[in-house]
Ligand binder design. Structure first.
Ligand SMILES: Nc1nc2c(ncn2[C@@H]2O[C@H](COP(=O)(O)OP(=O)(O)OP(=O)(O)O)[C@@H](O)[C@H]2O)c(=O)[nH]1
Length: 526
């Protein structure tokens, strides 16, 4: 397949359009992706902050409830009935704790709810209980396994007598692996798309995780956990323990050395991207197709004048070439300049052809038609069935002229003779010099009479004309006519030659009509 301008323009425009389209499609994909990621990170961070604030509020309220209870117990410390009442009220009314307990300074349980735990009157040896006894301060324990074999955190408030004596503490436990207010608080935010949150304490131990079997597990080498435990809040993209890319937000608690991390899988975040990109495609495709159509039309429009110019350039010798060039719609600068240049060129070219054609058909010495031209004329006349007479004219004793005056003067005589013949004949007659000192005149539509009269008129004028320095010259003329029994061109020329030969033989300086070329009016001279 040969490339043409239209295809080239199409190819160029098409590749530019496709590259631009792919580029904008890719950029739009990247921008959307970044935006989705940034938005998710922002919302994860906001989630973490919100949960931190809710959990802080819960822990503060649990501590306040214990502080209030502590006051009630302190002021009624001698009334043993109050212990049982207060632990039950604390557990059932506040809903903050899974179990509540009052422990004396010697570690003995004085009241517990629910009673089913059966720890009344026993000494608590668990980590949280011992910590509460030794610190004598309001505290939130680290997670530990309780006496009833539950993973718990323990929140406690000390009891003091009015004289400042330490009496023990009141405390509540929150179960980490079972249903608890803390679980309820955090579970609300668990999403079906794979988003989840978890809570760690300062020992990197999981206090909350949607996968309850992991609660209590210590997690090391996790950048987000390290960041949140160092008191920072923020966002991060990371790969979790399941090798899943995650977008995380994190924030530390105020009330306890804990941190909350919320995270969403990157895959779930980018899920809407496919839909978005299909949307972009739907929106850009019609404009893209319209652009292509426009380019195709424009390519045709640009290529059209050049194609027409190229076609015309293939046949510049055609006489209609200038006309064809003029009607080509060269609507832009380059094509119009090209057309102008071609018009100029075709003029010069056709002139040149004309000159060459004329030269090829002209006798250089006299400017008359030559033998080649004679053949063309005779072909034209015979093909159009136009009758004509042939006058073969030959100078008498021309050799003497040449011998006596030289060849150049001889040439001058030939030129003068050509002028005389042109002067005597009509414009419709064809005057040719076929070679040497012989001339042939073709007279279309001539009868034998008119041809003979023309020959005589020519002969007379020539013999009367003084041609310096030679003086006077004579000619002999042989005349033949066509159509003559459908003779061929060669036959007619031969008959004219024979008539000329006869004129020479019979004394020269005369016109002789071919014996077969006669018409009614002519009286053949003797
Ligand atoms: N100057 C000149 N002479 C030419 C040219 N062509 C032919 N001739 C001469 O014309 C002469 C023709 O001579 P011939 O054919 O013998 O005839 P003629 O002397 O004219 O005698 P007849 O025709 O028998 O009357 C020769 O001398 C040629 O050299 C030409 O182009 N220029």
């Amino acid at each position: 397949m040969e490339l043409d301008l239209k295809k080239l323009i199409l190819f160029l425009a098409l590749s530019a359009t496709i590259v631009t389209f792919l580029n904008s499609f890719y950029s739009s994909y990247q921008v959307q992706k970044q935006q989705l990621q940034a938005e998710t990170l922002k919302s994860q961070s906001a989630y973490a902050a919100k949960l931190v604030s809710a959990t802080d509020r819960f822990l503060q309220s649990a501590q306040q409830q214990l502080a209030y209870s502590a006051k009630v117990i302190e002021s009624n410390f001698d009334n043993t009935l109050i212990y049982s009442q207060e632990v039950t009220r604390l557990r059932l009314q506040t809903d903050s704790f899974n179990s509540t307990v009052i422990v004396l300074a010697n570690g003995m349980v004085k009241g517990i709810s629910p009673k089913s735990l059966k720890l009344e009157g026993k000494k608590l040896q668990s980590y949280g209980a011992l910590q509460a006894l030794s610190s004598k301060e309001p505290m939130i324990s680290e997670p530990y396994i309780s006496a009833a074999n539950n993973l718990i955190i323990f929140i406690s408030h000390p009891l003091f007598a009015s004289d400042g004596r330490y009496l023990g503490y009141v405390g509540g436990s929150i179960y980490l692996k079972h249903a608890s207010i803390l679980n309820d608080l955090l579970q609300v935010h668990f999403h079906k798309d794979g988003s989840y949150l978890y809570v760690v304490d300062k020992n990197r131990r999981l206090l909350y995780h949607p996968n309850t079997s992991r609660i209590g597990e210590q997690v090391y080498n996790n950048e987000v956990i390290e960041a949140v435990l160092s008191g920072k809040h923020g966002t991060q993209q990371l790969v979790n323990s399941q090798n899943e890319a995650m977008l995380a937000g994190y924030a530390p608690l105020q009330t306890a050395p804990w941190g909350i991390i919320t995270q969403r899988p990157l895959e779930a975040t980018l899920e809407p991207l496919d839909g978005l990109m299909i949307n972009v495609l739907h929106r850009t495709l019609p404009i893209g197709l319209a652009t292509l159509l426009f380019i195709w039309l424009l390519a045709r429009f640009i290529a059209h004048p050049l194609r027409d110019l190229a076609q015309t350039a293939n046949a510049l010798d055609n006489p209609s070439a200038p006309q064809q060039l003029k009607v080509i719609k060269s609507w832009y600068f380059e094509s119009s300049e090209l057309r102008k240049a071609m018009l100029k060129g075709v003029g010069v070219f056709q002139n040149q052809i004309g000159v060459l054609r004329q030269e090829a058909q002209t006798d250089p010495l006299t400017g008359l038609h030559n033998r080649r031209s004679l053949d063309g004329i005779l072909e034209h006349l015979t093909s159009t069935q136009t009758s004509f007479a042939v006058l073969a004219i030959d100078i008498d004793f021309f050799k003497h002229v040449n011998d006596e005056y030289g060849h150049d003067i001889g040439d001058l005589v030939l030129q003068s003779l050509a002028n005389i013949i042109l002067d005597v004949t009509r414009t419709t007659d064809f005057v040719t010099r076929t070679g040497g000192e012989e001339f042939i005149v073709i007279s279309p539509n001539a009868t034998a009479t008119t041809a003979y009269l023309l020959a005589e008129r020519l002969r007379m004028r020539i013999s009367e004309t003084f041609i310096g320095p030679v003086g006077y010259i004579n000619v002999s003329v042989g005349i033949a006519g066509w159509p003559l029994k459908q003779s061929s061109i060669d036959d007619i020329l031969r008959l004219a030659d024979q008539a000329l030969y006869k004129a020479k033989r019979t004394g020269r300086n005369r016109s002789v009509l071919d014996s077969q070329y006669q018409d009614a009016e002519i009286k053949k001279p003797d």
